[in-house]
Design a protein around this ligand. Structure first.
Ligand SMILES: Cc1ncc(C[n+]2csc(CCOP(=O)(O)OP(=O)(O)O)c2C)c(N)n1
Ligand SMILES: [Mg+2]
Length: 356
């Protein structure tokens, strides 16, 4: 196994290097490896195109604030691909490509970025995106403990950013999971920044993966721009959790190429040279180089694939834009199974306000 040395003093696991060359064994991709490689590639393209589309809609006043996933597609796809449908996924806002892989329909996701809510299919076992930083890690542990107590062979995955590791919720989630050996996998997408706060301000630990052993949780550092490495590490962690052998913490080293959200201007706080250096490690270009070199994809097929992905996203956007908006008080339907008297009063206020 060849790996690359990183500043943290730990070594990030890598299978496909920046040039798109295999530096470690290909993971077990199931009965049809070539199809799976192309599926992973397409899913990353879908994530990127989705991101571009919502940002364009936001600029036109047709979508809400949105956080770009450009540069982080390998982590989002690689973490979702080894999951079974019944495994739970609890993510932040940066992992739309994971939700797409889990089967959430594109129009449902796009409708969400119009500021409205459409139910996720319950069988997808995916929680809606979480904006409140770090809380989804607790939800993942709760889902994992429920599975454990019920004897279901189900794993729950919590995904957060580097900034979220400084939240109490993150640390409480890991502590509880370690003590009770929850069948959970925690993924920290270390994309270098928490809005304008750099990774080094989050922890003096040389790597975020090193936070795990303090909770008695085995941890892995992986190249987050290498979809195959993320897939392999995730697969092992999920299998381990499913076998009853407890949680794992995975730090994926990646980078947010775009702005934090459509409400941010990263030129105010970060060096353009840093962005350029990371562009050279692009996760999609890396797998594309490998597929082209192996003869699994031609330039022509690649162009067709990208055009088909764009068409799919555009059609889904048209569908989502044609849907009627939620009623102004609809969000009460999603907050509690039974509204308390105070919430009922608030709902009446909201209805009255909307009519004025
Ligand atoms: C509890 C809480 N505090 C603050 C915020 C405001 N906020 C939104 S995103 C963000 C930074 C998160 O950084 P990170 O965890 O690294 O995730 P990334 O955006 O880089 O994917 C903050 C502080 C919030 N949403 N929730
Ligand atoms: Mg971050």
């Amino acid at each position: 196994m060849t790996t690359r040395q990183i500043d943290s003093g730990m070594v990030a696991y890598q299978i496909l290097n920046e040039e798109g060359t295999l530096v470690s064994n290909m993971p077990d991709l199931g009965p049809a490896p070539q199809e799976m490689l192309l599926k992973l590639y397409r899913a990353m393209q879908l994530g990127r195109t989705f991101s571009h589309k919502i940002i364009a809609l936001q600029r036109q006043g047709r979508a809400t604030t949105f956080g770009s996933l450009v540069g982080q597609e390998a982590t989002a796809v690689g973490l979702a691909a080894p999951l079974r449908q019944e495994d739970w996924l609890a993510t932040s806002y940066r992992e739309i490509a994971s939700h797409i892989w889990k089967g959430i329909p594109l129009p449902t996701l796009i409708y969400g970025f119009r500021g409205f809510t459409a139910a996720y299919p319950p069988e997808c076992h995916t929680l809606p995106i979480q904006i409140v930083i770090g809380t989804q890690m607790l939800h993942a542990v709760g889902l994992a403990m429920a599975a454990k107590l019920s004897g279901d062979p189900v794993v729950a995955v919590g995904v957060c950013g580097d900034g979220a590791t400084s939240e109490g919720d993150f640390n409480e989630a890991l502590n509880f999971a370690g003590v009770y050996q929850a069948p959970a996998v925690f993924v920290v997408q270390n994309n270098g920044w928490a809005i304008s706060v750099p990774r080094k301000k989050q922890s003096a630990a040389p790597s975020l993966a090193l936070r795990g052993p303090g909770f008695g949780i085995p941890s892995v550092l992986v190249d987050g721009n290498d979809v195959l490495a993320v897939f392999e590490v995730m697969k092992q962690a999920v299998e381990k959790a499913r076998a009853g052998d407890g949680p794992t913490l995975i730090e994926t080293l990646t980078y947010r190429i775009g702005a934090h959200t459509t409400a941010d201007d990263p030129r105010r706080y970060r060096d353009e040279a840093e962005v350029e250096a990371w562009k050279a490690k692009d996760p999609i270009a890396r797998l594309r180089r490998f597929l082209l070199a192996e003869g699994m994809l031609t330039e022509e097929q690649d162009r067709e694939l990208v055009a088909a992905v764009e068409e799919e996203i555009n059609q889904a956007a048209n569908e989502a834009l044609a849907l009627p908006p939620n009623a102004p008080d609809a969000f009460f339907d999603w907050t509690a199974a039974t509204l308390t008297p105070r919430l009922q009063a608030q709902r009446r206020d909201a209805q009255q306000y909307a009519q004025e």
